[in-house]
Design a protein around this ligand. Structure first.
Ligand code: ATP
Ligand code: MN
Length: 457
């Protein structure tokens, strides 16, 4: 069906005076004595196309005027009678698919909670179309950012035997029947598809290190899976993960790239999604554009974990979980730091080694590791990263302390045997970024089909 995107009809002045065909869904219908107006959306543009119907020349099937119906309109592109852009003077309106009145997307604003129950239809709304256009633009910008800096795009395994410290959070992959019965666990896995225990990757980092210690600078951008039982507005069982890994880099280099990436992505969204961000600024988060513009232009804060604890301890009375040195930061602490104390994104650095992963570089103080989390207002942690331990003996000690299976990590340890180099990287939760730039408060509303505990489609 040869037709033109509504985006083009609205924006391309050379189409004025031309006969064209557009397809879309009816958003509104208005009728007056001589003319009637159909507003169409086809998903390509935020503003809709106004179709003008001269009633003396054209009779339209009433089904074509129903909210949600899909139609094909032929007509002449003309400059809009009112306002900017173009509109279409219809010469024919054909029905593609009618839409009965029980269509659940009605004009009066429905709640996000309700829309979450109809994920297959909620994308017909302005809000969700805007979210997913922003998401797509941001994804493109991620590839552009890394490509421009000669980071190579790697695809790391999704089904894997390595569990990247996330033992309890890993979904298992198996072809064993539900009632398989073996005397031992070992026997069970031996007879399974891979002959060993396998699962869905929680992070591409360990394989990313393999690539970075050969290609220099790499990134992965793909799904990660976490079977964590956290029923929050920031966690999904399946999310998209951006993970650069850089050879010859120390913690400050990692921080610099993370800050540069975030600002680059924000600028891309502001520039390429002006209509969408304006919409979010008006209806979702007042002041969003100012916030993003400011963040793209100012320096992020950096704060040592030890200093953060000093600040938080003075406020312990307000927290559900009071902190002391050694505590893992909860969402309430993260948000207090970024929203109340620094009032901008803040990198917290050098965490106690006990609350972080085995692979993080051990600092000279013997107590902390060169890790960093980037905290942003409204969300809390958006990035987690670190310099990696490049010293074979130190890495081995950390793994032994955690009683890890050293055989399973032979290849990982080898990277520290054969030409070990300082290196580091981070993981950015893509959905959390989309939340941040749209102001959407629930991660389930920036994902096509969100999956979380007891919820899957
Ligand atoms: P959190 O403390 O928020 O649970 P984490 O410390 O487990 O996150 P990392 O392992 O550091 O997360 O993963 C890197 C990034 O991936 C996080 O900063 C976050 O943006 C994102 N992320 C982690 N887990 C999830 C999840 N379940 N759903 C969506 N995004 C996630
Ligand atoms: Mn983290």
């Amino acid at each position: 069906m040869k037709h033109i995107d509504i985006y083009d009809v609205l924006n391309n002045p050379t189409l004025i005076g031309q006969e064209t065909v557009v397809c879309g869904w009816v958003r509104t219908f208005r009728d007056s004595a001589q003319v009637s107006f159909l507003e169409l959306a086809d998903g390509t543009s935020f503003p809709r196309l106004q179709v003008v119907i001269d009633k003396s020349a054209l009779t339209v099937d009433p089904e074509c005027t129903k909210l949600g119906a899909s139609v094909r309109v032929k007509g002449m592109v003309v400059k809009a009678f009112k306002g900017e852009g173009n509109e279409l003077n219809a010469s024919s309106v054909a029905l593609l698919g009618k839409c009965p009145p029980e269509y659940p997307i009605q004009k009066k604003r429905t709640t996000l909670d309700f829309l979450r129950t109809i994920p297959h239809l909620r994308l017909r709304t302005n809000t969700f179309q805007a979210v997913f256009r922003v998401r797509s633009v941001a994804a493109q910008a991620i590839h552009r950012f890394f490509h421009e800096r000669r980071f190579f795009y790697m695809n790391t395994p999704l089904v894997t035997a390595s569990d990247c410290e996330g033992a309890g959070e890993m979904f298992r992959v198996t072809t064993q029947p539900w009632n398989a019965s073996y005397k031992t666990e070992e026997e069970y896995y031996k007879n399974d598809f891979f002959g060993v225990k396998a699962g869905l990757s929680v992070s591409g980092q360990l394989e990313g290190e393999v690539a970075a210690t050969a290609l220099g600078k790499i990134y992965t951008f793909g799904p990660s899976f976490r079977a964590e039982n956290s029923n929050t507005a920031r966690h999904l069982a399946e999310f998209w993960h951006v993970e650069p890994e850089i050879a010859f880099a120390e913690l400050p280099d990692v921080i610099e790239i993370a800050e540069e990436l975030l600002k680059y992505l924000i600028r891309a969204v502001l520039a390429e999604c002006a209509e969408e961000t304006k919409f979010f600024d008006t209806f979702v988060e007042k002041g969003l554009i100012d916030k993003l513009t400011h963040v793209a232009e100012s320096d992020f804060a950096v704060c040592e974990y030890t200093e953060a604890i000093e600040i938080l301890k003075k406020e312990n009375a307000r927290f559900q979980f009071p902190v002391e040195w050694g505590s893992d930061l909860q969402s309430e602490h993260e948000r207090f730091l970024t929203e109340e104390v620094f009032k901008r994104p803040v990198f917290v650095t050098n965490y106690p080694k006990e609350i972080k992963s085995f692979y993080m570089k051990q600092n000279a103080d013997g107590k902390t590791v060169a890790a960093t989390d980037l905290l942003v207002p409204g969300i809390g942690e958006i990035i987690g990263g670190s310099e990696r331990e490049a010293d074979y003996e130190k890495l081995l000690t950390a793994m032994k302390e955690r009683k890890m299976d050293l055989d399973a990590y032979k290849q990982y340890l080898d990277l520290r045997v054969f030409g070990s180099v300082p290196h580091g990287g981070f993981g950015l939760g893509f959905e959390r970024f989309v939340m941040y730039v749209t102001g959407m408060e629930n991660i389930r509303d920036v994902t096509l089909f969100p999956r979380w505990t007891k919820n899957i489609m």
